[in-house]
Design a protein around this ligand. Structure first.
Ligand code: FE
Length: 225
């Protein structure tokens, strides 16, 4: 499924029209409970430390993941050949930078332009491009985001502080376990002479999900919220 259809789709609690191998029960799911039980046991036996686990999660949530995506975006902004390859086959282009997903998982890059803005959601659960963005933020997995990104994307963007031109079209991409999307934000104005390295700092995680735009040069160094 590419562009999302009617909002009513979102509320259907029926068997999925895309192939997931997990249930979509509201939390805490059986899996979450099992993970928690396992974690407690490992900590209790002294095999792992809670702080270590938190550090690993923190790394994937805030460091490794989105930085990979920022690398991809900044390279696309500065290297037309790479950008072309990325639009054509993102899975392959991203793998050429060393970011590989699990088998059978395809990545597609959707490019923002002056008149089209792209927004990524998984209406049924939390499918997300892990290889380039790490773990999804909590709001991405929340029921309100999953439904409202489809039913009222403009309002969702406003809540993230993102004001788009009224005339611009918002395309919403519904992720599945087989197809993940990454937004290629527009390169901010006033960055014509910037290096790829510096440009990376303007690429926030949220801009690659599509709820925000890339940072302006003035906002550089703000970090992900
Ligand atoms: Fe999903």
């Amino acid at each position: 499924r590419k562009e999302s259809s009617a909002a009513s789709d979102v509320y259907k609690r029926q068997p999925h029209d895309h192939h997931h191998n997990h249930e979509h029960t509201e939390p805490p799911s059986d899996l979450e409970l099992r993970v928690k039980a396992l974690e407690s046991l490992l900590v209790e036996k002294g095999l792992v430390k809670t702080e270590t686990l938190n550090a690993i999660i923190e790394t994937y949530e805030h460091k490794v993941g989105p930085r990979n995506g920022a690398h991809v975006v900044a390279k696309a902004w500065t290297d037309p050949g790479f950008k072309q390859a990325l639009i054509k086959d993102a899975t392959e282009a991203v793998a050429s930078l060393g970011y590989c997903g699990r088998q059978g998982e395809h990545l597609e890059v959707v490019e923002n332009t002056n008149d089209t803005h792209n927004l990524v959601v998984c209406t049924l659960c939390s499918c997300y491009p892990w290889t380039v963005l790490g773990l999804p933020p909590a709001w991405y997995k929340s029921a309100p985001y999953r439904s409202r990104a489809v039913s009222d994307p403009r309002a969702v963007l406003k809540e993230f502080g993102t004001q788009l031109d009224e005339k611009s079209v918002i395309r919403v991409w519904d992720s599945t376990s087989e197809m993940r999307y990454l937004v290629l934000p527009q390169r901010p104005q006033g960055t014509e002479n910037w290096s790829e390295q510096d440009l990376q700092q303007l690429v926030s995680r949220n801009s690659m999900i599509g709820v925000e735009l890339a940072r302006s040069p003035e906002q550089k160094g703000e970090g992900d919220k």
